[in-house]
Design a protein around this ligand. Sequence first.
Ligand code: GRF
Length: 212
Amino acid sequence: MAVQWPLPPEHPIVTKPPLRLGVMASGSGSNFEALVQACRSGQLSAEVSLLIVNKPEAGALRRAEVLDVPAQVLDHRNYPSREALDRALVTSFRAAQVDLVVMAGWMRIVTQELIEAYPERLINIHPSLLPSFRGAKAIRQALEAGVTLTGCTAHLVELEVDTGPILVQAALPVLDGDSEASLSERIHQQEHRILPLAVSLAAQRLGLCAQG
Ligand code: GRF
């Protein structure tokens, strides 16, 4: 079919605005930064609209300052229950009008309050090939089990910790003499690669726009 330019007025070009992402982090925030960079490089048609950390000392907060991304601290110690913390998260993300929420190293168990507010729109990144080694000590458990292959998983979040439909996985070998630190470093490199892809896939599933 021949392309006509300019397009006739009866065929307006419809462009969707970039996807708005919310990110939750408890730690150093390298995955948060990888997402910001993926957006800024154009790999992902999205922007990180709000970072929320659950402790003021989280390294992610420093990164947000440097990257000039809006950030909030919702200190979990100030909330009487997990549900109350999650309700506050939802309030903040709704105010920021985010389309998708990414748990990028969020070390709190989330509840229905958050999951039901973002159905199929809540993504977690975990440092193992799920369903193996769920929980907070996944890398140590993989080393102790003596597996020769491990990796990371980006998945949609369901109520049971580290479960839910898998979006993207990356596998890598466990090397002789690997420590928790050396393996963690290589897993992180893969996480930074797959997380933007997972966001893109989740958005595509929902008919939202995002390339990756
Ligand atoms: C990552 O390994 C992620 O899989 C896990 O927490 C870690 C967060 O790392 N859930 P960072 O703070 O993004 O560097």
